[in-house]
Design a protein around this ligand. Structure first.
Ligand code: COA
Length: 185
């Protein structure tokens, strides 16, 4: 669902893709090849949400801001894992934000960093580029190594592929009363 909020219409690049069950409202900008997966919510009613090219926002992730306090700005080639909460934060390009992590107002994640699954990044916390960040409260454990940089690259490239069947008409709605149970061989 894509909604206008008062005079604010989402800006969605022609190559960006939003699953029909995702919700995009108001002051939201989705750049080229951005993907927004089932059940994700980007609510731009209290401040801007900007998402750079090739970033994927996975199922059930929630993106919002605090009015007059923060904006959410995501760079390019970022993976936002399932169920992550990004609230008024800045994530620079080439990062992986793990599943169910929470990023609070005005924190900043430097480029080529990983926020581990389940981490909680406090209000206003800043992490330098190439940080591996984990825990609650989130800490920089060490610099990202080669394996971590590959994990970052793998994330956004994989989602580039997962987008294909959806934009090529290979995914279709079935009726709500759909039943099918193949016979045992
Ligand atoms: C952080 C992460 C990238 C692992 O990095 P890694 O360099 O491969 O680290 P390892 O798996 O070798 O783990 C190193 C240590 O950190 C711990 N650890 C790993 N992930 C952790 C996390 N999210 N939170 C807390 N501790 C974690 C491991 O248990 C291990 O501890 P030990 O040394 O005491 O055994 C990975 O665990 C993670 O959280 N990935 C996010 C994946 C995701 O959400 N993707 C998006 C959806 S597709």
């Amino acid at each position: 669902m894509i909604q206008k909020h008062r005079n604010l219409v989402p800006h969605i690049h022609p190559t960006a893709w939003v699953h029909p069950s995702a919700v995009v409202i108001g002051e939201v900008e989705l750049g080229p090849y951005v993907t927004v997966w089932p059940g994700a919510i980007l609510r731009g009613d209290c401040g801007a949400i900007r998402v750079g090219a090739h970033t994927n926002i996975q199922d059930g992730a929630l993106v919002h801001t605090t009015f007059d306090v923060s904006q959410t700005v995501l760079g390019e080639r970022i993976t936002v894992g399932h169920g992550a909460v990004l609230h008024g934060c800045i994530v620079e390009s080439d990062c992986l934000v793990g599943m169910h992590s929470t990023l609070l107002d005005n924190c900043r994640i430097g480029h080529h960093s990983i926020v581990g699954a389940g981490a909680v990044v406090g209000v206003g916390k800043e992490f330098e580029p190439l940080s591996l960040i984990m825990g609650n409260p989130a800490q920089r454990i060490r610099a990202c190594n080669e394996k971590n940089l590959k994990q970052i690259d793998y994330g956004w490239n994989a989602y580039k592929g997962y987008r294909e069947p959806f934009v090529n008409g290979e995914v279709e709605d079935l009726p709500d009363d759909w039943h099918y149970w193949p016979d045992e061989p």
